[in-house]
Design a protein around this ligand. Structure first.
Ligand code: PLP
Length: 437
């Protein structure tokens, strides 16, 4: 008897392995952003959706000769397994990087990770049992929400305003969780140049937020990949610098050097660090030796602070293009944040417009954005969208916003005529033609 050939339908309900998956996989769904990536990366579409750093300013020639030198001089180390905690000299250099935001750390307490995304995964793995509560800003970083979902943690969002997380809202969230008998494990926060909200936690609020968490016995997980990308070169005191014993700090070279190297780190209170090393070991044995050595040599031999300044200037130019285009083109009733660093603007559209429902029409009009619901664990965010200015040129950004504004205008017309349009299938314009803009 011949076996039936396997069916590759791609449909979840026909997945023959469905009954085998662990319960925790129920929370693992493709993020809206990832689902969009394939379409949004077509050349004719101006993508304001992704968060890819603009690497064009990197000194590729000298980097390539340095990679060659590392292999020629130290190849047997660079291509070998290394320590689970990471290359010691790099951990020391990481302490120098963190000192720029006021952190006084010992390299023993640093664990190198495969991007800070791995740090997020490990921290959640260490602290969260199914049903435990994680407090996070609303909106929050989509990759963090993915990690929390993968460990079946329940996310409770805490409101932000243009000064970042609102301390009173944090108090209320903690009190509500206590009344409901829930165990809050940590506050996950992105204090600087927030992804996706584009706001920064006011310096005056920092000590207060730390004190609230301490009083409630809640750890703080500070995620800070953008902290050195303030457009005026400004930095803010890291939460970790203000309360070293109650903050786990996540850092990354993805936005200040090269995201593809996947080198990030966790700085943790000493006891937590030991557990983190064990968790890291079970995930990857050790982070990639060669990539760590590339980062280490780059920090030792390049003017890396000058390079960050160049990145900041590029991003500032793009931010300016984005904000002036929003001002010029977006219909009245829209509002947006005003980032002074980082990659993102968070836009709120008029009532009745659903950014998720509008997205296919925007892509048809050759512009993509990330709709707001992906940044909430509770379905909120349908009137919001994240626009990234990090990657496209200023001209493309302007063109993208012009296209987006036209889509929004016609969406608002429909709302005025028919009410909420989110449930209706509305055919978009014709298939995109090659982008000549
Ligand atoms: C807030 C935040 N945390 C973590 C990450 C993950 O960064 P990495 O490339 O270091 O894994 C990102 C990437 O966009 C981010 O925006």
């Amino acid at each position: 008897m011949t076996a039936n050939p396997p069916e590759h339908t791609g449909r979840r309900d026909l997945d023959p392995h469905l009954a085998r998956y662990a319960a925790r996989t129920a929370g693992m769904t493709a993020s809206e952003i990832r689902a969009l990536f394939a379409v949004a990366s077509r050349p004719e579409v101006v993508s304001l959706a992704g968060g890819m750093p603009n690497l064009a300013a990197l000194p590729l020639d000298s980097l390539s000769s340095q990679v060659g030198e590392i292999i020629a001089e130290d190849g047997l180390v660079a291509l070998q397994y290394g320590s689970a905690q990471g290359v010691p000299v790099l951990r020391e250099q990481i302490c120098e990087v963190m000192a720029m935001e006021g952190i006084n750390a010992h390299s023993d307490d640093v664990v190198v990770t495969v991007g800070s995304q791995m740090g997020l995964d490990m921290v959640t793995r260490l602290f969260c049992d199914p049903g435990d509560v994680v407090l996070a800003e609303g909106p929050s970083y989509v990759g963090a929400l993915g990690s929390f979902a993968a460990y079946q943690a329940k996310v409770v969002h805490v409101v932000m305003d243009d000064q970042g997380l609102v301390p009173e809202a944090l108090r209320e969230a903690l009190a509500a969780a206590e009344r409901a008998g829930q165990r809050v494990k940590f506050l996950y926060t992105i204090p600087n140049f927030h992804n996706p909200a584009g706001v920064t936690l006011a310096v005056e609020r920092r000590a207060e937020i730390l004190a609230i968490c301490r009083a409630h016995g809640v750890l703080v997980v500070e995620d800070n990949p953008y902290g050195l990308l303030g457009f005026d070169g400004q930095t803010y005191p890291a939460l970790r610098s203000l309360d070293p014993d109650n903050v786990v700090y996540l850092g990354s070279f993805s936005k200040t050097f090269a995201s593809g190297l996947r080198v990030g780190w966790v700085l943790a209170p000493h006891a937590v660090r030991e557990k983190l090393v064990l968790a890291a070991e079970s995930a990857t044995l050790c982070p990639p030796s060669l990539n760590q050595m590339i980062v280490s040599r780059y920090l030792a031999t390049h003017d890396w602070k000058g390079q960050i300044k160049t990145f900041r200037e590029n991003y500032r130019e793009r931010r300016d293009a984005m904000l002036s285009a929003l001002e010029q083109h977006l219909p009245s009733g829209c509002s947006w944040t005003n980032p002074d660093g980082g990659f993102y603007v968070w836009v709120t559209v008029p009532e009745g417009v659903d950014t998720k429902a509008m997205l296919p029409r925007a892509v048809t009009a050759r512009v993509a954005y990330a709709s707001g619901t992906g940044f909430y664990a509770d379905g909120f965010g349908s009137r919001q969208m994240r626009l990234s200015y990090c990657y496209p040129t200023p001209e493309r950004i302007k063109e993208g916003v012009r296209r987006l504004a036209a889509v929004l205008e016609s969406e608002m017309d429909l709302v005025r005529t028919f009410g909420n349009v989110s449930m209706r299938a509305i055919p978009g314009p014709e298939t995109p033609s090659p982008d000549t803009a």
